[in-house]
Design a protein around this ligand. Sequence first.
Ligand code: 6R9
Length: 667
Amino acid sequence: MLRCPLQLVRLRLPVRQLSDLTTKFTGLGSFSNLNYDQLQSSLRTDSSQCEQFWKLIGEQQLNWMQPFHTVSDCDLKSAKIAWYLGGKLNASANCIDRHLATRADQTALIWEQDEPGNQVYITYKQLHAEVCRIASLLLQSGLQAGDTAVLYMPTGPPVVYCMLACARIGVAHSVVFAGFSAEALAARIQDVGAKVVITTDQAIRGGKTVELKRTVDAAVKSCPMVERVFVSTRTGASVPMGSIDVPLEKNAAACSADCAAEPMDSEQPLFVLYTSGSTGKPKGLVHSTAGYLVYTSLTHQHVFDYRPGQDIFGCVADVGWITGHSYVVYGPLANGGTTLLFESTPAYPDVGRYWETAERLGLTHIYLSPTSLRMLLRYSTDFVTKYDLSRLRVLGCVGEPLNHEAWEWYHRWVGGGHRDIADTWWQTETGGVCIAPRPSAEGAPILPAMPMRPFYGLEPVLMDPATGAEVTESPAEGHLCMRRPWPGMARSIWGDHKRFAETYYSQFPGLYFTGDGASRDAQGFLHITGRVDDVINVTGHRLGTAEIEDALDSHPAVSETAVIGYPHKLKGEAVYAFVILKDGVSIDRLGDLRRELKRRVRDRIAAYAVPEKLLFTDGLPKTRSGKIMRRILKRIAAEDYDSIGDISTLADPSVVEALKQHHDLYQ
Ligand code: 6R9
């Protein structure tokens, strides 16, 4: 396998593209014609410049129904974040209506169905009509501005229609990934207080059908606040319809295709999206209307060098994750782009699916996960080279650290050795990309396997967790924080601002703490080392170890559990559960118990959360005050025994030896 040391890879870009990189801001007052380095240094050194920059960007990126009077009102010490105050706008109008004069017949969405060759093209004009009909239907059903609706749907046009229909009438949507279990769905419906749930009869993915409506039926049994369930048709299978269930398309067809977009305050929540944290309860991150849209559209344009009217953006993420929200839906549509809705998997019907799709649809951009690359690179490169990928210009990646091997494979086989690789670092909380190789100055190098450069106006800092002080030298490592606020950052945790402040703004006062570790090389470029909290990243999906422990602990035979992540060749990280059983549980039942516990995690959370390894043990490494030393469990799981370190402070050091032996046996 081709390996490349950490060296400068100078990319030869076409001359036109190079000049574009430096002239993006023409017409932006004093920022016109500044290159990346000049702009960043002016924004970093001068707060008023920063304010002026985001003012001009805010005015330029969006259509306002009422102009804003204050650019920002933020105080990170008290977790107060507000942008574009006084302004009124509508996100749906910004993603659809404002393009109608010039792009009515341009394709807005390309729905790449599970079976290859069944793509469906939807123009901006059609998108407008569909969104208006559904918005009218939602209004008729009694939803109004300020309400919330949960969407439990597969990636496809209907979920986009419903998101934008909610935005049109000021309802905050909360899309729940359609792989979550009924219990996980119910917890989110209850937390967000949704009166309406929108779902699909069945989903189809990788040739298999998934029962979404039945899962919703099971979930809403424990959600008395739900008054209405709209059911979209994907397969047309007959699914049970109860008294609160309403077929979506049939009823929307009878509604008006003209529905006014409501003027909303800049800070009105556009959506709530749940993600895992280090405690058991998932957090509903709240994103604003104006700041989020300004930031996703700007990053979509500059990080990926996106040109509306010419380019087809192929983000293959599921709409149920933040990547789908920001770079399948809001960023591309706010920019008047053409965006892909990918229903399938990278391996269906074979591992050439992404590249076959890219050729057939003429994608100019592909944006995917390191996990999928690690899976694909195990197969013959013929699956890539037999397709004509000459239209692809920018190759993006997000979700986990992109290792060297995957970077090289992507760059060489998909990128022909010369296309830009955008390894983008960001989070559900950040709204959009924060660190990525582009935008950058003319001829700027892209280094393998690191996101490298902060986006305009962002100021990453590395903090020493031991002293709480900033690490200023380079090269260095530390906890990754952000000093300056930016418009796209999350505003709160739904219903729990205190938890928001504690989670992100208390550890390093005055800074946003990302939960990730990072290193900075001698040139100042950033590399992300992974989570430093109790969050693990399995196939690019975040999981809280406490969430999985809660599910396991709920089993009557279980006394205590400790869950950690360990390095996994394909998944990035996989789940390892250490389980202590209650006294008297028969040893003969271990096989059954293993199955029952895995099932429990699947039922309570989702299939991807199921432990890859599950070790029954008599003891866990604990301090004398009873705190589980996860650091030690991690080393045992990774078989990194040499760096276990001092165990003399443990209440019972012999536990470590026993675990090592069990782990060896287990292999
Ligand atoms: C967009 C998204 C966020 C966590 C984040 C980090 C990891 C994302 C990465 C990356 C290294 C990258 N992560 N991109 N790590 N390099 N380019 O993935 O959001 O699901 O909230 O996950 O993913 O650990 O903290 P989310």
